[in-house]
Design a protein around this ligand. Sequence first.
Ligand SMILES: Cc1ncc(COP(=O)(O)O)c(C=O)c1O
Length: 326
Amino acid sequence: MKPERLVLANLPTRIEPLRCPDLKYLLYLKRDDQTGSEFAGNKIRKLEYAVKEALDQGCNTLITCGGIQSNHARATAAVAAKLGLSCHLFLRTDQRLHPQGNYLLDELLGATIHFISADDYRNHRQEKMEQLQAELTNGNNKAYIIPEGASNAIGTFGYYNALEEIVAQEKQLGITFDTIVCAVGSGGTYAGLVFANSHHQFGKTIIGVNICDSAEHFKQVTMGLRDGFTEYLGETFPLNDEELHLIDGNVGRGYALNTPDEMDFIRDFARKTGVIFDPVYTGKAMRGLYQAIQTDHPLIRKSKNILFIHTGGLYGLFPKAEEFKF
Ligand SMILES: Cc1ncc(COP(=O)(O)O)c(C=O)c1O
């Protein structure tokens, strides 16, 4: 049985056709960028489960972490402010920046911010979050740690649920999506879709486009999340490596770094379709899908109806304004 969740996001999100003049396919977009304003994007689906667990455990503080422009950190700050909880964010940065983009919103939403170097983030973030949790836990106060991207077993239910939502929408729309594509950053969105597909035997091809690390890394992350997930579910289901599909080769210069080509792609796509993607996740992922279609990639060669999940991230565009050429 699925764990209970809070109702925070605007669901179901719309599915709409994306008419792209230079593609032979008609793509469809699921607008998870419109799950809300302050908590826009994919993270809120995961937080509906993680924060419910925090409240059930009697916690009044949320602690989480991410890059300085983390969409997940901003969504957590928004949920905390909405529910009257305290929020502490460990944000990775090697240089102090003026508040802008998601970091500006974190400040506006009243989160307490702890800056952490890239090195400390890589090696010590869990330890630092646990240290803070111990300090904040006293009397009636209790803190709950949400890992990076809320990509833990409970968070994975967010996109397990989203695939069930998509299947219900297919019946209303009279369309079957044989292929579903999403950006992969910490892995929970992709894992949730894969788990729902396997558990319910929906028979879809779920494709992740990794925007950091390697395809192999995310196969391991997905397999690693499965045990915790099935423990919450109270049921198990078969899942083998062949069901895990990723389109590799789209990391570019690295996490949250862009090439001029990627920025041109986002600009040109916006002008052609009226849809704006973000530079860190969805822009790279849609570019990866776009190139895969143009080069007849074996994973999508047989696809008829492709649904791309727009997972949000638009606030991350603004700090990158100077990288666009107009
Ligand atoms: C806008 C956006 N899209 C996609 C992702 C990837 O999701 P996940 O971290 O679950 O892989 C993230 C977060 O990492 C994100 O913020």
